[in-house]
Design a protein around this ligand. Sequence first.
Ligand code: PXL
Length: 278
Amino acid sequence: MSNEYKRILTIQDISCVGQCSLTVALPIISACGIETAVLPSAVLSTHTAGFDGFTFRDLTGDMGKICDHWKRVNIKFDGFYTGYLGSSEQIDHCLRIFEETAADGAVVIVDPAMADNGRLYVGFDMAFVESMKRLVARADIVLPNITEACLLTGMEYKTEYDAMYIREITKRLLDLGAKNVVLTGIGFEKGFTGVWFENREKADYYRHEQLPGGCHGTGDVYASAFVGALMRGKGIFEAASIAADYTVECIKNTQGDSSHWYGVKFEPVLPKLIGRLG
Ligand code: PXL
């Protein structure tokens, strides 16, 4: 494999309809020019946030066998990106996959996708949050929103705060073992939100406009664009800023279409993301 051409493995569910998890990660990371291998942890007919009666097939039982096969044929990955996962057992499989299939210098990116707006998603509990801490401990980069960050660190969830509060959250995430933290949806002024980047050496903040109304699936769009930019050689803060700008464009492209409540129309805006990668 040449140094230029990177292969990443993303592990998360496939929601057949709903523009989230793998149906977002695979096209976005591929469009960034990165070979994207997938491990679907479950198959759902739709995502769980707004559709009634979705189907759910758990694929936990396949995860170990898939890892065994990759090990036998010596498949290695330059990076790992985990998103929505369904159980502590799936987290154990992810940790084993990192151990067994990492190429030298492989980067581990963890999006602890499990909560938003102060609440856990349907089907998650605090026992799962505890397990997620083990994945965060192994992360080179963790990408939580503020709700997820509060759950992981035992901090009170607030909608208004100052930089001291954010620094306490990021300090606690670093203490859990994450090497770099990129917190999304951090706003200190009306009309603006942004991303907060911090590690043991530095902290930085990228502010961008906040659009009215929440959109489903933006966390996955953000994380996928971040992974694509990072694997293309951008630094963490630059990748975080590029992903933020792309997510804003995706939301703008979706606003005003009330029939499209379940996700964002990220596809027509992909050229803008690719243009930023040089
Ligand atoms: O976007 C996160 C996500 C991923 N996968 C499934 C979900 C959600 C959020 O609700 O339901 C199945």
